[in-house]
Design a protein around this ligand. Structure first.
Ligand SMILES: Cc1ncc(COP(=O)(O)O)c(C=O)c1O
Length: 418
């Protein structure tokens, strides 16, 4: 007899992570026929063209040279003060928005998404994100008794679909005391799409209008996990100027993660940074999120804090890290260029790719499409809205041919429907 000991809110929960499942199939195939014969496009980490997991060399040198006390000691729960300052430099660069900002250390980017949902939405509320979204958003919402709803991210012309977002915001604000919108930009996972500064200004204006009309409030959560591989560093950060002098009913939270920018995925460090025109709201942000840190993981990885602080306090180290990021940005871009060119040549539909670890192909029945590709030993990730290709992890020499095979698989699935 099976007894469940789980409390009602936990009963039946199981994280069936499709990304890890697709990766497991690729790993098993590689063990059977040799990794050189398998294309594993499921992993969200940078692998070089020899399929080796990349660690930025300067990050490694700084990390390995830390005094042992800086590795083993506790950090303050909110993060060391120098980390909380330098992480804002890393996030905003020359485009720090006018207003009050406050930062709290988080376990990777995920930790801040967790805290924001927990502290800025009510039980039963619905959070909004795009129809193409990172699956963890939903797990985080559901685990905390919230729901996730989506809007169609792009218009048919491939531009940001503000009208679709506006409609969802208005519908939900009619029912809830506040609204939280999560936008993953720049270099969105899973499509590689980025909002322009103008798009962002319009989102802020729309949220303000909706909040004013209802007398309610809006939280704009910008997940910037991929910002360090999104293009020229100052140009991509200009989008934060849209957060200058925010209206009083709108709070922005920008989430930085060291997972990608420092290739320190497993070290689990990031920071959530609020932007607001209210000093009191910034103080409250610091206090409530620090409290939730105490109530979840307590303190974060001190060695990762020191690594970021050392690099962002030393021009030579920062220049070296930026050159290394640029090298890998170009490595991924070279892969994308081939894929995009081949996709155009064979007529494969694609979400407009701007930069980042992934690109996506819209289709129905993505699981069936991915299953067909397994015959060619190609492993991609089936999502609700289509198929995700992790350019970050496929060596350049394995890219040619994927687009055409994907297109054939798409056509085979469509033909089977008829
Ligand atoms: C869209 C998105 N946001 C945030 C993250 C942050 O991840 P982590 O918690 O590992 O920093 C990821 C990582 O895969 C991501 O894809």
């Amino acid at each position: 007899m099976y007894n469940s000991f789980a409390a009602p809110q936990a009963k039946g929960k199981a994280a069936n992570d499709i990304i890890f499942a697709a990766n497991a199939l690729a790993v098993a195939d590689a063990a059977a026929i040799g990794a050189e014969n398998v294309t594993n496009g499921t992993i969200g980490a940078i692998l070089d063209d020899d399929s080796k997991l990349v660690c930025l060399p300067t990050v490694e040198a700084v990390y390995r040279n830390l005094p042992i006390n800086e590795v083993i000691a506790y950090a303050p729960i909110a993060g060391t003060p120098d980390f909380l300052e330098k992480v804002q430099v890393a996030t905003f660069g020359k485009s720090r928005p006018n207003g009050f900002t406050s930062a709290v250390a988080t376990t990777g980017g995920t930790g801040g998404i967790h805290h924001a949902i927990w502290n800025y939405t009510e039980a039963g509320d619905t959070v909004i994100t795009a129809d193409w979204y990172w699956g963890a958003y939903k797990v985080l919402c559901l685990d905390m008794g919230r729901k996730l709803d989506t809007y169609k991210m792009l218009t048919d012309g491939g531009t940001f679909n503000l009208p679709a977002l506006t409609e969802k915001v208005n519908a939900l604000l009619a029912k809830q005391n506040s609204i939280m919108v999560i936008i993953n930009t720049p270099a969105h996972n899973p499509t590689g799409y980025s909002l322009t500064t103008e798009d962002m200004e319009q989102v802020v204006a729309m949220l303000n209008k909706a909040a004013e009309e209802t007398g309610k409030q809006a939280i704009l959560f910008l997940d910037a996990a991929y910002i360090d591989y999104a293009g020229e560093k100052d140009a991509v950060r200009e989008v934060f100027k849209a957060l200058d002098n925010l209206p009083e009913r709108v709070l922005a939270i920008v989430q930085y993660s060291m997972s990608k920018g420092f290739t320190m995925y497993g070290q689990r460090l990031g920071a959530m940074i609020c932007v607001t025109s209210s000093e009191a709201a910034a103080k409250e942000f610091f206090e409530i999120n620090q409290y939730t840190s105490r109530a979840t993981w307590s303190n974060n990885n001190r060695a990762a804090m020191r690594t970021l602080v050392q690099i962002y306090s030393d021009d030579a180290l920062l220049t070296a890290v930026e050159a290394e990021r640029d090298h890998y940005y170009k490595m991924i871009k070279a892969r994308a260029d081939i894929f995009v060119e081949e996709a155009k040549a064979c007529g494969l539909p694609m979400i407009p790719y701007i930069a980042g670890f992934f690109l996506s192909v819209p289709c129905a029945n993505s699981q069936a499409v991915c299953d067909i590709l397994h015959k060619d030993h190609i492993y991609l990730v089936p999502l609700a809205a289509g198929v995700r290709i992790a350019l970050c992890s496929i060596p350049l020499q394995k890219i040619p041919g994927i687009a055409a095979k994907l297109n054939d698989a798409l056509k085979a699935v469509e033909a089977a429907k008829k």
